[in-house]
Design a binder for this molecule. Structure first.
Ligand code: GTP
Ligand code: MG
Length: 370
């Protein structure tokens, strides 16, 4: 244990705080319930009350969150998660908007406000697709480096009037590094200067060989403005997704990745989480990065409250004790003590790491100045 406030220690042991204070007095320590005692004293008290000292280690954290592997028979098909990437102004946001607007049920059209940075659509052939709006290249990379591989398919948007640009190349490199299959959406084909074939030949130089050039990467001509080719793009995604045979086990404790998070004035810390495995339910206890909590409410991409969210569903989670960071992984735990211990352990580890980094810099500076 670490240094801890007496009332908190009593709380964690589920003992009366008065009893703990009395016990401390018997040990010669005159403290009130609001005072902090050191780790060694806390350990003595814990043993005194017949509880076991629970030291959290890296291994414990791993065990709780990397749990058992799913048996093949428990796996069920799940929707693909698609991230749209491409150069500035090539039409990523317009394309996402066009897809969403084309696929919302009639009554909603016109009045759709997007509630979270991710949404699901159902294609005409019944395929469910999850789109992520947020990750820019930086977020995508940082998530990947933190082990939160969130996307199954990258749609590379290239404007037909501009062809391949620096951020197009960056996106290609990200997709390749992450080993995520790509679909090329050649956008803005409605424009007078549009030259889709230039896009295709430009891509060859970056070892992206599209189908029309006898390669294996699907390419679709689209216009986010007039809607041309959108259905073809959705079908291309559905086809690619079938090849991936994406599966998850909905009947287990949920694991997800934070897409975005913020402190909401009225609602407290709110995180948009993409569920990657299992099912998250109202009332579930979880740890997410250095934060923990209990699901108070789940809100879907339409702003509706839902009771549970399964694999590939993006959902807003309320009930956190603090604001996590994009890329943090959420894991449901069996007890609140477990969730809190892991969160605190991580917080301390991060603090130690920062302190170590700080110490190293000072030492370097000292050496440099000597
Ligand atoms: P950033 O988020 O800034 O990187 O841009 P983006 O890739 O999201 O592009 P955005 O959707 O904001 O579109 C940039 C501009 O291109 C806007 O003025 C759009 O109206 C326009 N645009 C997008 N798609 C099309 C298209 O298919 N045809 C035409 N003519 N214009 C388009
Ligand atoms: Mg945009």
């Amino acid at each position: 244990p670490e240094a801890i406030v007496v009332s908190e220690l009593a709380n964690r042991m589920a003992e009366r705080v008065g009893d703990v204070v009395k016990s401390l007095m018997q040990m010669g320590m005159m403290v009130t319930q609001n005072q902090t005692i050191d780790a060694d004293t806390a350990e003595l008290i814990i043993e005194e009350f017949g509880h076991t000292v629970n030291r959290v280690s890296d291994a414990d954290v791993e065990q709780v969150i990397h749990e058992v592997e799913d048996k093949p028979e428990d796996l069920q098909p799940r929707p693909p998660v698609i991230t749209i990437m491409g150069h500035v102004d090539h039409g990523k946001t317009s394309l996402l908007d066009a897809i969403r607007n084309a696929k919302v049920v009639a009554g909603e059209a016109g009045g759709i406000t997007q509630h979270i940075g991710a949404y699901q659509v159902v294609t005409d052939t019944g395929a469910v697709l999850s789109f992520l709006d947020t990750p820019g290249h930086a977020a995508f990379t940082s998530m990947r480096s933190r082990g939160a591989q969130v996307t199954d398919i990258v749609v590379l948007v290239v404007a037909a009037d501009d062809a391949v640009m620096p951020q197009t190349v960056e996106a290609i490199n990200h997709a390749k590094a992450a080993k995520v299959p790509m679909i090329v959406a050649i956008n803005k084909i409605d424009k007078p200067g549009a030259n889709p074939d230039k896009v295709r030949t430009d891509l060859l130089q970056h070892e992206v060989i599209v189908e029309k050039m006898s390669g294996e990467v699907q390419d679709v001509e689209v216009s986010a403005i007039n809607g041309d080719g959108l259905d073809d793009l959705l079908e291309a995604i559905a086809l690619q997704s079938e090849l991936l045979e994406l599966k998850a086990n909905p009947n287990r404790a949920a694991q997800g990745a934070v897409i975005e998070a913020q402190l909401d004035v009225g609602r407290g810390p709110v995180a948009t989480v993409l569920i990657q495995n299992g099912t998250l339910r109202q009332g579930d206890i979880f740890v997410v990065g250095e934060q923990y909590g209990k699901v108070r409410a789940l809100i879907n991409d339409k702003g509706e409250r839902i009771k549970e969210a399964g694999p590939s569903v993006p959902v807003e989670v309320l009930g956190l004790n603090g604001t996590p960071e994009a890329g943090d992984v959420l894991n449901v735990t069996s007890t609140e003590a477990q969730a809190r211990e892991i969160a605190e352990y991580r917080e301390k580890a991060a603090k130690d790491k920062r302190a170590a980094a700080g110490a190293a810099t000072t030492l370097e500076q000292l050496m440099a100045n000597a």
